[in-house]
Design a binder for this molecule. Structure first.
Ligand SMILES: Cc1cc2nc3c(=O)[nH]c(=O)nc-3n(C[C@H](O)[C@H](O)[C@H](O)COP(=O)(O)OP(=O)(O)OC[C@H]3O[C@@H](n4cnc5c(N)ncnc54)[C@H](O)[C@@H]3O)c2cc1C
Length: 595
């Protein structure tokens, strides 16, 4: 069995829970089907196992360095990048006419999860290229698509997302990079960006930076931000990369995890003219970026889910082999020690890791399936419903796999005792790597504000209502499958969520600062209900399979894991709901100068 992801679990989620095969009936996916999807997943697994997993440690230990002004990355990275492009993974969701595989997002996501679970610090390079190319495909002109997409999808040009500045992180409205219009219709870009992942390297002949900047004289705030294509090297009329475009590396940042990914401080236009091309309309840049950031945010959740899965599988393997102690009733010291998986507490920890990993993977694949529905569902009502639900689930998909998944990795580490803490094993790296997912693509604090401040209030609570319809359907199906206890618990948990939401919306109406003060706790409570919905859905599918006499152990484990989730995790919502109902203001009322 792979120690990156469970193929069996992916098959279960894709085909039994999310009915991915049905997508092949849609015109965009014509000619596809389970055979095609399985082949894509097998290819991704093979690329992950050949090029990513073996260098997970090396990529962590041999950080990129600047040598004679050139960024040197560890040597396994280049073949990994080339193999990923060659397998079509960068181009997986792009139109066939542009060289893409035109796959559903849900299948592409499952494929990418293999790379991220195997070695996220290497996978980030092709994934950033995919993100940048998606942005051009969605908002670029036909001319821009024709010039930039082929070299990016083929793996000749890399890509980045360049939003953050030293004084504009969460508050992008304050960004200061400027774009000065030129007589030929291009722009001179001047400014500094920080934290730009994959911002400098020699893996590809060029790098396409997607830069947010303010056109000279544009209004202040978010409305004055535009999006630009800014290559590292100017591109010649014949498509080859020419002289420097004056995107200068001012320094590499050294991080706790994702060490193989270059994190760069970049100066644009400091040492000479830096030319950028406007994408779409002026002043719409942040809206474009946010559109794509929803996908990027689901991608963050997917990376977290993949790392939590890898840690879970690693710990299971360890717990089966490591022998320590005897069971509490065993009085005979001459009996051999038992494998630690025999101890109830170890199984408790493995179940936390299982619920976190498999629940997180379900969440991110569900979101990717909703992206497919939003764009390709045959009727408009279904597209709108998918869109609403996606709005609601995206901040949760970004943040909860990085929190609960981190708890899963932490428990996987604990299963291994001291060895889990040792750098000779993989878990400590997964723990460090996954910690980033709470921070980038909008911190989890910002996700909480987005969920409570925007998503649940927009269109008079339509998104929560859309989630409520899914919950009601899951409850009815679970009852029919004999899961009455869990069905009733989900009903109650959702009713509690609605009551808490109402009281917080009322508090926000009176005083937004006070109403939003505990948004992070609200995000936790909501996320637990979302996972309860997903786990009930998985348990229902499994219960039906058992009733039909299929593959007992896998399905029985799903039902038992759901019961564990409902017994050990969901009840944590009780105290959180109480705190939110009285809207405890202890943090808000604590004056900054008392710290
Ligand atoms: C390894 C790494 C890779 C990255 N890659 C990229 C990349 O490729 N491209 C890119 O553009 N950026 C990238 N980033 C930047 C990342 O998106 C930012 O770090 C993130 O958005 C937070 O910004 P900040 O670090 O400036 O923190 P700050 O914005 O200073 O936030 C600090 C703290 O204050 C909180 N806070 C801030 N504002 C509010 C508010 N209004 N209400 C409540 N709390 C608030 C935050 O939640 C956080 O806890 C990367 C960052 C890291 C660490």
């Amino acid at each position: 069995m792979s120690s990156v992801l469970s193929s069996r679990d992916l098959q279960f989620l894709l085909y039994e829970c999310l009915d991915v095969e049905a997508l092949a009936a849609r015109p965009r996916f014509a000619g596809q089907g389970r055979e095609v999807y399985d082949a894509v997943l097998d290819t991704a697994k093979a690329v992950a196992e050949a090029h990513y997993q073996p260098s997970r440690k090396r990529n962590d230990q041999e950080e990129p360095q600047v040598v004679d002004g050139v960024v040197v990355t560890q040597p396994d990275l280049q073949p990994a990048y080339a193999a990923t492009a060659e397998a079509g993974i960068i181009a997986s969701t792009h139109d066939a006419e542009r060289g893409g595989l035109q796959l559903p997002h849900v299948v592409a996501s499952a494929a990418i999860a293999w790379l991220e679970g195997a070695n996220v610090g290497s996978a980030s390079y092709p994934m950033l290229t995919a993100g940048a190319s998606n942005l051009i495909a969605a908002f670029g002109s036909e001319d821009q698509k024709a010039r930039w997409l082929p070299p990016m999808l083929e793996g000749r040009f890399g890509g980045t997302m360049a939003l953050t500045e030293p004084d504009a992180g969460s508050g992008l409205a304050d960004l200061r990079t400027v774009a000065i219009p030129q007589p030929d219709g291009t722009y001179r870009i001047e400014g500094t960006k920080i934290w730009i992942s994959a911002g400098e390297h020699e893996l590809t002949e060029n790098i396409v930076h997607m830069v947010l900047a303010r056109i000279q004289g544009a209004p202040a705030g978010t409305k004055g931000i535009s999006l630009f294509i800014v290559p590292k090297r100017r591109v010649q009329p014949d498509g080859t990369s020419g002289p420097s475009n004056h995107v200068t590396l001012a320094g590499l940042i050294h991080k706790m995890g994702w060490r193989g990914t270059t994190s760069t401080l970049l100066n644009f236009g400091e040492r000479g003219p830096c030319v950028g091309e406007l994408v779409g309309e002026p002043h719409h840049g942040l809206a474009y970026m946010f559109h794509m950031m929803n996908e990027a945010r689901i991608g963050v959740g997917r990376a977290a889910a993949a790392m939590a899965s890898a840690a879970h599988l690693y710990a299971i393997d360890y717990a089966r082999q490591r022998r320590q102690g005897r069971l509490p009733g065993e009085k005979d010291p001459s009996k051999p020690p038992v494998p630690i998986i025999e101890h109830a507490d170890v199984r408790r920890m493995l179940l936390i890791a299982k619920c976190a990993a498999e629940g997180s993977m379900d969440l991110v694949l569900t979101c990717a399936r909703l992206v497919d529905d939003e764009t390709t569902a045959p009727d408009e009502a279904a597209r709108k419903e998918a869109s609403l639900l996606l709005e609601f689930l995206t901040p949760i998909a970004k943040s909860w796999p990085s929190i609960y998944g981190q708890e899963g990795i932490s428990n996987a580490m604990q299963v291994m005792g001291g060895y889990g803490y040792a750098r000779e094993y993989d878990i400590e790296q997964l723990y460090r790597d996954n910690r980033l997912n709470q921070i980038h693509e909008g911190t989890n604090g910002i996700q909480a504000l987005d969920l409570l401040g925007r998503k649940v209030t927009q269109q008079q609570g339509a998104a929560v209502a859309a989630f409520g319809r899914r919950v009601a359907a899951a409850v009815a199906e679970a009852r029919a499958a004999g899961l009455e206890t869990e069905a009733a618990a989900l009903e109650a948990a959702f009713a509690q969520l609605v009551a808490v939401t109402r009281s917080l919306v009322a508090a926000m109406t009176q005083d937004p600062t006070r109403g939003l003060a505990n948004a992070a706790v609200y995000l936790e409570l909501t996320s637990r209900v979302v996972f309860a919905w997903l786990w009930l859905r998985q348990a229902t599918v499994a219960a039906r399979a058992i009733a039909a006499g299929r593959d007992e152990a896998f399905y029985a484990a799903k039902v038992a894991a759901a019961r564990f989730y409902y017994g050990f995790e969901l009840p944590k919502n009780g105290p959180d709901a109480e705190l939110l109902r009285r809207n405890d203001s202890a943090a808000l009322d604590f004056p900054p100068d008392w710290f």
